[in-house]
Write a protein that binds this ligand. Structure first.
Ligand code: FNR
Length: 182
């Protein structure tokens, strides 16, 4: 397809609701968009000493981000911020200095939680990081998804029609955003 989007899920958990959210929302994108989740669970803990000798997993992540026309972040909230694994991925692919893979890539931020505020604080922290990384990030609509029993149907789609409609409007805005900035 014309637009390849790298999906970064801020949770390593096998049954991650955020991964399910990512899988469900990418189905709402047009055919000219394709989405691929990047692996962040095998990255080393970022260590500046390794800037000149980055691990293969870091090189792989950087080349996947570089080859994409946009990035979609779907994150959990841990202790009112982004999970360390997500920050670690952001740090690893931002270096060496001047060779960040993230710079200029249009971004979308989504997240969910079983808690009432739906990862809002994690998303705000993430936006702060993305601003520094010079990633133009879709501002509206915001999507703070509160996951309750039965949120996904048996096929992994959004069970609730108004939720689906809202997330379709989110995807439409993201698609337009990527086209404008890619
Ligand atoms: C959480 N959880 C959580 N939820 C929330 O709304 N705000 C928070 O600050 C936290 N903090 C937190 C810390 C840690 C270490 C864990 C393990 C969990 C609950 C969290 O939202 C819930 O486990 C989600 O299901 C995690 O997302 P995934 O893994 O389902 O994508």
């Amino acid at each position: 397809s014309t637009y390849q989007i790298a999906v970064v899920v801020g949770s390593l958990r096998k049954d991650s609701n955020n991964r399910k959210l990512a899988h469900a929302i990418v189905k709402l994108a047009p055919a000219e968009f394709s989405f691929k989740e990047v692996e962040i669970g095998d990255l080393p803990l970022y260590n500046q000493d390794q800037d000149g000798n980055q691990a293969d997993s870091v090189k792989r992540l950087k080349s996947e981000i570089s080859a994409s026309q946009g990035v979609l972040f779907v994150t959990a909230e841990y202790n009112r911020s982004i999970p360390g694994v997500l920050k670690n991925a952001l740090d690893n692919a931002s270096r060496p200095y001047g060779q960040s893979a993230w710079a200029g890539k249009p971004a979308g931020v989504l997240g969910s939680s079983i808690g009432a505020i739906g990862s809002a604080l994690a998303q705000q922290h993430l936006r702060n990081v993305l601003a520094y990384l010079n990633m133009p990030t879709l501002g509206q609509p915001e999507a703070f998804i509160h996951i309750t029993e039965g949120f996904f149907d048996a096929s992994g789609n959004f069970a609730n029609e108004s939720t689906k409609k809202f997330l379709q409007s989110w995807m439409d805005a993201y698609v337009a955003w990527v086209k404008k900035h890619a």
